[in-house]
Design a protein around this ligand. Structure first.
Ligand code: ADP
Length: 243
């Protein structure tokens, strides 16, 4: 499934969060959105999944405009994971993962089969599913968030800094597992980060944003070796500088 953004703009009051962005997230590829805090990455992701309406421009999914009447259906074809996981605190891991499927009337057998597949895919110990989010580590919570996002077997995965709140070692583990999962499942992935190493690790293609605009798109290597503006150069250099 391909996501196409056509000339998207979005303002919040005086703040112009996104300014005329056109971008394609190609089928079965990982597209990374990178840029400093406040550059419009999360807003773009929310627009892709229809949680935020753009002021101008259109979102097309496989050449079909995303519109209010088909939004619910489209959303079921997209999994969404945010930084802190966004799990419901009053539900166990299992209840979080299966909420939507139960709502859609899946049989118990179908739900259990799917949960078993996903538990092994994300390499989670099954007993974690019986616990509440606060009883789990950050890494376990994100594995469960990923299971929830994958439950309906969506074509698209949208991830908003999914590893941002994790300790470095857990982060590295989950990075490896995520990349394997993306390749195995052949999903269209859009991944938000502000870390260029993570962008290089995941991205088939990276779009670097600043102030609501795309500064450059391409492979991360190209952004590093052939920056198209002084902003791109300084963004890359700032992150490469030793601490
Ligand atoms: P990023 O994900 O790159 O950090 P965001 O898309 O979250 O950037 O935000 C872009 C700009 O829009 C920021 O200036 C932010 O403060 C503003 N913004 C985002 N969401 C809202 C909102 N719901 N209400 C008001 N301003 C917002």
């Amino acid at each position: 499934m391909e996501i196409q953004l056509h000339d998207i703009s979005k303002a919040y009051g005086e703040t112009q969060a996104v300014r005329g962005v056109s971008l394609t997230a190609a089928d079965k590829q990982t597209t990374v959105l990178i840029g400093p805090s406040g550059s419009g990455k999360s807003t773009l992701l929310r627009i892709m999944i229809g949680l935020t309406q753009p002021d101008d421009g259109e979102v097309h999914i496989d050449d079909t405009p995303l519109k209010a009447s088909t939004l619910r259906q489209q959303r079921h074809r997209m999994g969404y994971v945010i930084q802190e996981g966004g799990l419901f605190p009053h539900l166990t891991g299992y209840e979080n993962v299966t909420l939507l499927a139960r709502d859609l009337g899946w049989t118990k057998h179908r739900i259990e089969e799917r949960v078993e597949t996903l538990t092994s895919l994300v390499q989670l110990s099954p007993k974690c599913l019986l616990q509440y989010p606060t009883e789990l580590s950050g890494g376990q919570r994100q594995r469960i968030s990923l299971m929830r996002a994958l439950m309906l077997d969506p074509k698209v995965l949208l991830l908003d800094e999914p590893l941002g709140a994790l300790d470095p070692m857990i982060r590295t583990d989950l990075q490896e597992d995520l990349r394997t999962i993306f390749h195995e499942l052949e999903k269209t992935v859009v991944f938000v980060t502000h870390n260029i190493r993570e962008a290089a690790f995941f991205g088939d293609r990276t779009a670097l944003l600043q102030n609501g605009r795309i500064e450059q798109t391409g492979e991360m290597e190209t952004l590093v070796s052939n920056p198209s503006s002084s902003f791109v150069r300084s963004f890359v250099q700032a992150q490469r500088a030793p601490l």
